[in-house]
Design a protein around this ligand. Structure first.
Ligand code: C2E
Ligand code: MG
Ligand code: MG
Ligand code: MG
Length: 291
């Protein structure tokens, strides 16, 4: 129990604040069955080009339909899955399902990139390049339609092997996004040396931006720094028009949040994308020169 408490404390600020040690143990036990019985599903949240209002990508967000406790958010079970090892089959299922969904959208004439969140526990145990290539190949889609989101903490913990893997991923044609940017401590000089295409600014900064000058200053410097090294910058957690106005003046080009759309199940996403004003934009050109 002490180990769990310590683990949770170390994960403060990475979405697990609401997770109690009791949940952690309980869900950890049920995860094996959840994998066997495939109790997971995906919702997709559009990422919007702020200037045009149209989507250029969607982010896959996993949920667990627990037979007794109902739908459980990823922050409540991903940490346990990382410890029990179930994160491996979960991520493999995720990659395959996301790629099948991209393929199906393409058949419907809706070409759009989808991103998958990859946990550090997966990344350090399995060859992500091979996993991602298997998934795109079996779904019959080019790798450029799959984006991989990694959090800044992953980079900090495994800084040595990581660069090599990222270069391989980028060479294979995958797009790479750095998630929750600003919540860790990565220096920009280090970042400029990695084949990352996108920075995603953590929603907590965006949420506090309008009434907290420090959050506003952080958002501003993240946008300027990201763009100065040629990266796309996505602001997460946009909930109102006032935030959009501020982000626009700061030069942020992409946004994601409830203001634009909540995360949608596949059929709802397909319908949403079919509206003329939500027609996906062409694939953005890779910002990093490795392609
Ligand atoms: P994230 O990747 O930073 O995802 C953004 C989270 O912000 C999502 O929560 C999304 O539903 C939420 N969000 C989006 N717009 C708004 C908004 O306007 N206001 C507010 N308050 N929230 C907004 P969700 O789906 O609960 O996911 C939480 C985290 O769990 C994700 O953070 C990601 O780190 C992780 N996660 C999600 N799916 C997966 C997965 O398939 N694998 C792994 N390893 N982690 C995942
Ligand atoms: Mg993400
Ligand atoms: Mg994020
Ligand atoms: Mg976040």
């Amino acid at each position: 129990d002490d180990a769990i408490r310590l683990f949770l404390e170390n994960r403060q600020g990475t979405h697990v604040q609401e997770l109690t040690p009791e949940d952690f143990v309980r869900y950890g036990r049920d995860l094996k069955v959840a994998v066997e019985q495939n109790q997971f599903f995906i919702r997709y949240q559009p990422q919007i080009n702020i200037a045009t209002g149209r989507p250029h990508a969607v982010e896959a967000l996993i949920r667990w339909r627990h037979p007794e406790h109902g739908v459980i958010a990823p922050a409540q079970f991903i940490p346990a899955a990382e410890i029990t090892g179930e994160i491996i089959p979960i991520t493999q299922w995720l990659l395959h399902t996301v790629c099948e969904d991209i393929a199906q959208l393409r058949e419907q004439g809706r070409e759009i990139i989808a991103s998958a969140n990859i946990s550090g526990a997966y990344f350090t145990q399995l060859d992500l390049v091979t996993s991602a290539l298997n998934a795109t190949k079996s779904a019959g889609i080019p790798p450029r339609f799959l984006e991989l989101e990694l959090t800044e903490t992953v980079f900090i913990e495994n800084i040595n092997d990581l660069k090599k893997t990222l270069i391989e991923l980028a060479k294979a044609g995958f797009s790479i996004a750095l998630d929750d940017f600003g919540s860790g401590f990565m220096g920009f000089s280090y970042l400029s040396d990695l084949p990352v295409h996108k920075l995603k600014i953590d929603g907590s900064f965006v949420r506090h931006m309008l009434n907290d000058t420090k959050s506003a200053a952080i958002v501003k410097s993240l946008i300027i720094a990201g763009q100065s090294i040629g990266l796309g910058v996505v602001a997460e957690g946009i909930e109102n028009a006032q935030q959009v106005e501020v982000l626009k003046t700061l030069g942020c080009n992409m946004g994601q949040g409830f203001l634009y759309s909540e995360a949608l199940d596949f059929d709802a996403l397909s319908t949403w994308l079919s509206a003329p004003e939500n027609r996906p934009e062409g694939l953005p050109k890779a910002a990093w020169g490795i392609h």
